[in-house]
Design a protein around this ligand. Structure first.
Ligand code: FE2
Length: 202
């Protein structure tokens, strides 16, 4: 089964000025599409072609099939990234998520300090994740295509810190891009829905 690129859940220009339409068009239409095209080519006529994306990620990771793994993981990570942002995002969460932030990190600024620090210190390309495990939230970063789901974890949010995500808008100022994500884009509603789903499945 060939994978297809889903449309974004919002218009290309709807995250402006935080993220320009041009950046989003290239990021979604070229980079994300490219990972899907390369994945389809790499799994064609293999056993992977019968699997869903998380299963391809886990199986190719275990087998050391780097080409399949990298493109499958990047296809999944980007689909997850689009769900992690919203035109009305950013700021302090409310409800159960606010309570979890307090239990897991302290106050909201402790959370943003930790998130910022993980995003700043990820050397080169990679991702920063908010994951949920054993009743607590955790922040972790991964290099290149690596993703928490390769270890069976379910993340709630992600930030892409590959340069292609921000270079046109912020050049080398990754710190500005991280702050804009936290203040204007991060979709707490989506994260809360994923948390609820995880709790129902547990
Ligand atoms: Fe990306």
């Amino acid at each position: 089964m060939a994978f297809k690129l889903d449309e974004l859940p919002y218009a290309y220009d709807s995250l402006e000025p935080a993220i320009s339409s041009r950046t989003l068009e290239i990021h979604h239409g070229k980079h994300h599409q490219g990972y899907i095209d390369k994945l389809n080519k790499a799994i064609s006529d293999t056993d992977y072609a019968d699997y869903d994306l998380p299963k391809i990620i886990q199986a190719s990771h275990e087998a050391g099939d780097d080409k399949v793994f990298r493109n499958a993981a990047q296809a999944w990570n980007h689909a997850f990234l689009w769900q992690s942002m919203s035109p009305n995002g950013g700021g302090v969460p409310t409800g159960p998520m606010a309570d979890l932030i307090a239990t897991s990190f302290g106050d909201y600024s402790d959370f943003t300090d930790k998130f910022r620090s993980a995003a700043r210190s990820q050397f080169g390309s990679g991702w920063v994740w908010l994951t949920y495990d054993s009743g607590l939230l955790q922040i972790e970063s991964t290099g290149n295509a690596d993703t928490p789901i390769m270890n069976g974890k379910q993340p709630l949010l992600t930030l892409d810190v590959w340069e292609h995500a921000y270079y046109l808008d912020y050049q080398n100022e990754r710190v500005q891009y991280i702050d804009v994500f936290l203040n204007e884009l991060l979709d707490w509603t989506s994260a809360a829905a994923k948390l609820e789903k995880n709790n129902e499945a547990a």
